[in-house]
Write a protein that binds this ligand. Sequence first.
Ligand code: OAD
Length: 251
Amino acid sequence: MEDLIQQAAKDLASCKEAAALTGAGISVESNIPPFRGKGGIWEKFDPMEYAHIDAFMNDPAKVWNALLKDMKAIIDQAKPNAGHLGLARLETLGKLKTVITQNVDGLHQLAGNTDVIEFHGNFAWHFCIACKGRIRTEEMTLSEIPPRCACGGIYRPDCVFFGEMIPAQALWRSRQAAAACDLMLVIGTSAVVQPAALMPVIAKEAGAKVIEINPEPTPLTGEISDYLIQGKAGKTLSAILAELERLLQRP
Ligand code: OAD
């Protein structure tokens, strides 16, 4: 693992423009549970029953009570961790340009990254399914479930539910960023949800090096990624950053 951390620092030192694809795993150290694996949200809830757009439209109160209420409480409290801060530092060092994230928690922006593509939308905003009026999530009260707009319509998060399209601009910009980078960090994603999991494939096809950071292997491991650093995002990125800064300071 030490060798791979050194290797990643060297690869970052010599790259011109890195991109990152992140998933729920990078926010686990901010106390936001992942979707899959131990303690994952989909262990308790069937995503087709709770995270599909048809499920929401059929019974918004059920989805709000089971999932969205807790999600709001958790995200409202969450703070960036060493993983998010490491990626922000990589941008400051002029190495990382774009973060493509499947997360809806806004923690990359809070950490300081300025070019964040929210592939699955975000939880910072809700909109009314009737009049499309938007409200910041922190300003929305949950005195009534499901929460309602002044027009009487139900609020939904500005996230992508299963069965919905990826926002066109996010998809288009992500493909551009993946094709343009010469190094892609793939952090904390199980890489099983498409089309997000295609971004490292696009990067690889365009000649980029692909480095995974994850405690577990994924379908990309050994196929698309050049190597996997098997560890938690926060600790691993901190170690890579320390080594990278040492390399960059060398005369
Ligand atoms: P998953 O929950 O599928 O995967 C989380 C990944 O993070 C796993 O590979 C874990 O091994 C890894 N992991 C756990 N703890 C970690 C840590 N401390 N540091 C680094 N990695 C860690 O999350 P995503 O891949 O983001 O979509 O899931 C993709 C999409 O599936 C989500 O955006 C969501 C979900 O259903 C929608 O809701 C549309």
